[in-house]
Write a protein that binds this ligand. Structure first.
Ligand code: AP5
Length: 405
């Protein structure tokens, strides 16, 4: 599956680019604007700019992307063009689903050339003077946060020239897309020097597992959870497995050496070579020092959430026993007890009893919290403050922003 997103400002020639790629390379076009127009029509409304905007506001920023994901999955073609990318959600939500199969081409054209092209279309709402056009565009740039959307571009194509020049440039990009190993292209082109070794920290229930998983998908790196590694051993019918199983129900920390050993083994596997995000290690000063001797960490993401909110969240948590996906009050599975991603059974962790959660939080404040200061001092800490209730999607956007992505 290859998905190409075409982004660009009004008048940049996104439609020409989409049509050219579709005709020459056999891609199916899925058009966000057409889907929105259809919804407006189905609601018995006239397709005006105002009705389009109001409908989008009414259903929220993610609903179009969800329809698009469904359409892509239902499409018989393995080659899809998505256009026009307006809000960052139009890109980020399918990206979460399709990962490195999706790449973005940004079509760039100077304001003067776009104004010239748009004012010649002969439509009623064509821009009349350059100053008003620039002002309106500045407003739209901010409202739609184009800066963020465009920052995901894997390829940039300048379209100040004529159609022939544009086609040559597109053919060039298509050669790279056709040849590309998606995993290699992802992010490395956009952020060639982006950090790739992360730690995620925060109290129990702050969302470490949830966001580590998403970030790992987003960056094509590995998510390693010390808790999951221990729970895997606990399932084995061995003396060690039984011991660990019992210790996990107490909420206390297990031996530093045992956990570091498991972590080291996991990080030495091939799938860790492109980078990773460690969730659950280090948990005390000794573990921090051991880790520092072995690995140069780029950034430490700290999810700062109150104990009260953590307790609320953990009371609703379930996890897939197969793929480890996490569900909660705010992100329930579509079918009760079944994982949306792999169909596996969901279970409640044994250490999610209120009394055990309280012990785990106490251990966190006593032993893990002091580590934060070390990372704060060496400039690696990226703090995400979550006051009150904030949806997982919003928190994820905050993380990406804080990491400069
Ligand atoms: P571990 O598995 O690491 O658990 P933990 O640190 O206690 O963390 P949790 O998994 O409980 O929370 P989380 O922050 O990952 O939250 P989640 O994303 O699930 O460790 C388990 C045990 O192993 C330890 O107690 C210890 O015994 C041992 N251990 C592990 N590492 C060790 C080490 N290094 N040394 C020694 N011992 C070690 O989210 C929680 C819920 O909230 C979910 O339901 C989720 O859907 C929901 N949610 C997430 N974000 C939001 C949001 N923004 N709004 C609403 N709900 C949200």
């Amino acid at each position: 599956m290859k998905i190409i997103c075409i982004a660009g400002l009004i008048g940049s020639g996104k439609d020409e680019v989409a049509k050219y790629i579709s005709d020459k390379y056999g891609y199916e076009i899925i058009d966000y604007a057409n889907i929105l127009r259809e919804i407006v029509r189905n609601e018995g409304l006239e397709v005006t700019r105002e009705n389009l905007q109001n409908t989008r506001l009414k259903y929220g920023n993610t609903f179009l992307a969800e329809i698009v994901i469904k359409k892509i999955k239902e499409s018989e073609k393995q080659k899809i063009i998505l256009t026009p990318m307006r809000r960052s959600e139009d890109y980020l939500i399918p990206k979460k689903e399709f990962g490195s199969n999706m790449q973005m081409i940004l079509v760039e054209v100077s304001a003067k050339v776009r104004f010239k092209r748009l004012s010649k279309r002969g439509r009623e709402n064509d821009p009349k003077d350059f100053t008003t056009f620039k002002k309106q565009e500045k407003r739209e740039f901010e409202i739609f946060n184009f800066k963020k959307t465009f920052s995901y571009a894997d390829f940039k194509v300048n379209n100040n020239g004529n159609m022939n020049q544009l086609r040559i440039k597109i053919d060039d990009v298509m050669k790279k897309i056709d040849k590309s190993e998606p995993e290699v292209l992802l992010r490395q082109i956009v952020h060639p020097h982006s950090p790739r070794k992360f730690i995620i920290m925060g109290p129990q229930g702050s969302g470490k597992g949830t966001h580590a998983e998403r970030l790992a998908k987003e960056m094509s790196i590995l998510h390693v959870s010390s808790g999951d590694l221990l729970r895997d051993v606990a399932q084995q019918n061995t003396k060690q497995g039984k011991e660990i199983k019992h210790l996990l129900t107490t909420g206390k920390l297990l031996s530093d050496e045992l956990v570091f050993d498991l972590l080291k083994k996991r990080l030495s596997k091939k799938d860790a070579s492109k980078g990773y995000i460690i969730d659950g290690f280090p948990r005390n000063i000794k573990q921090t020092k051991t880790l520092e001797k072995t690995i140069e960490i780029d950034k430490v993401i700290y999810l700062n959430v109150s104990d009260k909110e953590c307790l609320r969240r953990l009371s609703g948590r379930t996890q897939c026993e197969k793929c480890k996906a996490i569900y909660g009050n705010e992100n329930q599975p579509k079918i009760k007890g079944k994982c949306d991603q792999c169909g596996g059974s969901l279970y409640v962790r044994e250490d999610d009893k209120e009394s055990v959660i309280k012990t785990r939080l106490k251990v966190y404040h006593d032993q893990t919290e002091p580590i934060l200061d070390l990372y704060r001092k060496n400039g690696k800490l990226v703090e995400i403050k979550i006051n009150g209730i904030k949806q997982p999607d919003e928190v994820f956007t905050d993380i990406l922003k804080a990491l400069g992505m």
